[in-house]
Ligand binder design. Sequence first.
Ligand code: CDP
Ligand code: MG
Length: 142
Amino acid sequence: MAVERTLSIIKPGAVAKNLIGKIITRFEEEGLRIIAARMVHLTPEQAGAFYEVHRERPFYAELVKYMTESPIITLVLEGENAIARNRQLMGATDPSKALPGTIRGDFAVSVTRNTVHGSDAPETAATEIAFFFSQADLISAR
Ligand code: CDP
Ligand code: MG
């Protein structure tokens, strides 16, 4: 296993409901380290670009609207196998299929308003981290 980095986003609904601390606690208790963090209020152009891969999907417009409705927290998590471990903590995309004890299982309200984003592979993690952070923002030497 390799030390990986992954992009996590605490989505607008979760920030609005004061769930930042509860969600970050899950990452920390799992042993993932936060090596960058920033609050951002995305423009429609930024949210649209971030989810470019989904542009032709029927949910794209609703997703962009949701992601821009209020601020998000962007995080870079680091650790052994961080990408898959974060996806496990998140649970299934559709919260009705997410297990209790996962972030989405416990907090998500719908498939669109599903609390968190997490990169799904090393290539997407690198692209998504670079979307929000420069190399100098990543503080992993502790
Ligand atoms: O976020 P994840 O990688 O689990 O799922 P995705 O398939 O990459 O979809 C990205 C995001 O689009 C999801 O997290 C949902 O917020 C949204 N989505 C949606 O609104 N309706 C769907 N049927 C599928 C995804
Ligand atoms: Mg995805």
